[in-house]
Design a protein around this ligand. Structure first.
Ligand SMILES: *[C@@H]1O[C@H](CO)[C@@H](O)[C@H](O)[C@H]1NC(C)=O
Length: 256
């Protein structure tokens, strides 16, 4: 606090997002596939919601879970894509500190939700295949609603520490984030403090929430044989999810 240089920068009012560093000249071209994917995602996910709403033959638990998945896909892509396209098209790189934290919260909240919904979908198929006769008594509408509520509560609570911890750190170096959205570890790296708590929390969530969700699916399968087969075929999926959540960066931040 005694150092005026430090206090100048503490809690910057805005951050600067660089987009994709090193590819600034290609931003306009990159915006074409990104924009197309976003448009398709909006169109496809809204179609799912409308079809399930208007078509009474699909009023079943599986389709309710698919609707939840569509909603979280919509939120997740809308939390990141508009700002990203803004950077690509209009070079508007500034983002408010609180907007950045909000974006971070939404990303983590709805990623955890997606992971949970995928488990719920797997559970639904498991009951439908292995306990078909009791399907409608096990997965009643109220059970589906309770599962949905539990997923919403779980992810919204577990995602809270991310922005709260990030808000606590002092920022004195720079406010430039070399990313196209407020990625947790990228923001934490800008802090001038011992930020291991943030990194540990990120790793804890990664392994406890997403890892356990995957294991839950695998162990709800019946035979040893099926379990082994699943480990074999899901290995690549596991790697994809781990890669998506940047454990490498988390580990780097942790050990540097
Ligand atoms: C829903 O959105 C996600 C991305 O947010 C996308 O990957 C998925 O394909 C979309 N679903 C449909 C049916 O278009």
């Amino acid at each position: 606090m005694s150092d005026s240089n430090t206090t100048d920068f503490t809690n910057p009012s805005t951050f600067i997002l660089l987009g994709i560093p090193g590819l600034e000249l290609a931003h306009i071209w990159l915006s074409i596939p990104f924009c197309t994917m976003y448009a398709i995602a909006i169109l496809g996910n809204f179609s799912i919601l409308f079809i399930v709403k208007w078509e009474s033959s699909v009023h079943e638990p599986m389709y309710y879970f698919l609707c939840m998945l569509a909603v979280s896909d919509l939120v997740l892509s809308t939390a990141t894509m508009p700002k990203m396209l803004n950077i690509f098209w209009f070079n508007s790189r500034e983002i408010d500190f609180s907007a950045c934290l909000t974006q971070m919260y939404f990303i983590h909240c709805f990623s955890a939700m997606e992971s949970g919904i995928l488990v719920a979908l797997a559970l639904d198929r498991y009951v439908a295949i292995c306990h078909l006769l009791r399907y409608s008594t096990i997965l009643t509408n109220s059970v589906v609603a309770k599962i949905g509520l539990a997923l919403v509560l779980r992810s919204s609570i577990l995602a809270l520490p991310y922005p709260f911890l990030v808000r606590r750190w002092p920022y004195c170096r720079t406010n430039i984030i070399p990313h196209s959205y407020c990625e947790h570890i990228a923001v934490v790296k800008l802090a001038c403090a011992d930020t291991r708590l943030s990194s540990y929390y990120g790793l804890f969530i990664l392994f406890s929430v997403i890892g356990l969700d995957i294991l839950k699916v695998i162990f709800s399968l019946l035979t040893k044989d099926a379990q082994l087969k699943t480990f074999g075929t899901c290995g690549s999926h596991l790697c994809a999810i781990l890669d998506q959540t940047h454990p490498g960066q988390a580990a780097k931040a942790l050990f540097s």
